[in-house]
Structure formats: C-alpha cells, structure tokens
Design a protein. Sequence first.
Length: 116
Amino acid sequence: MYLVVIGWLYVVLMMAVAEASNTTGSVLGAIVTFFLYGLLPLGLVVYLMNTPHRKRAIRACEAAEEQARQAASAVPEAGGPEAREARSGQPDAGGHAAGAAEPGRVASVREEPRNL
C-alpha cells in the first residue's frame, strides 16, 4: 500500500513542478495542485485503508484490558494470606467510606457552624 502512496506522491510532485516551471503556471498553482491532487486524497485513502488495522488494535487493547480486569477480580480464598495481600492492593476494596468530615467543623445546609 505504501508503495502506491509513494508513487502517487511522486507523480503529484512532478505535476506541481511542471505547473511551477511552466511559463503560464505559478507557484501558487503548484502548491494548490500538490495539496488538492496529492495530500488531501492520499490522506483520505490512507485513513480509510488503515481502518481494519485500527479496529484490530482497538479490539486487542480491549481484550487485554478485559483479561487484566478478570485477573484482578479473581480473589483467592477469603481467609488466606493471599486474600489479604490481594485486598491490600486495592485501596477501596473494603467497601467503607474513604473518610468523613470532622464533627463540628463543617456546617450542614442551613445551619450555623458550631464554635468549639
């Protein structure tokens, strides 16, 4: 595929050089020729041709994430040392609240703060 892209770019570059060096041509016309006949169509074609590769890469990444998620969720027996080690690796695995406000320091809605 990349051989076709390189060949197409070569042909378009030669068209742009011919446009710029022609007596009735201009450098602006050569630039427009290079972009409209070369870069824009080739960018679109390369993007469309790489779509299956991108989809495969996304599926492989999602499969690896799912496998890692399943490996992390497989917890050993509840009382063994491996279970404690597995639980300690996860910060919020206990299911308790992470922390609470200090009593008397945070005012609730429509209440005045208490002075200590």
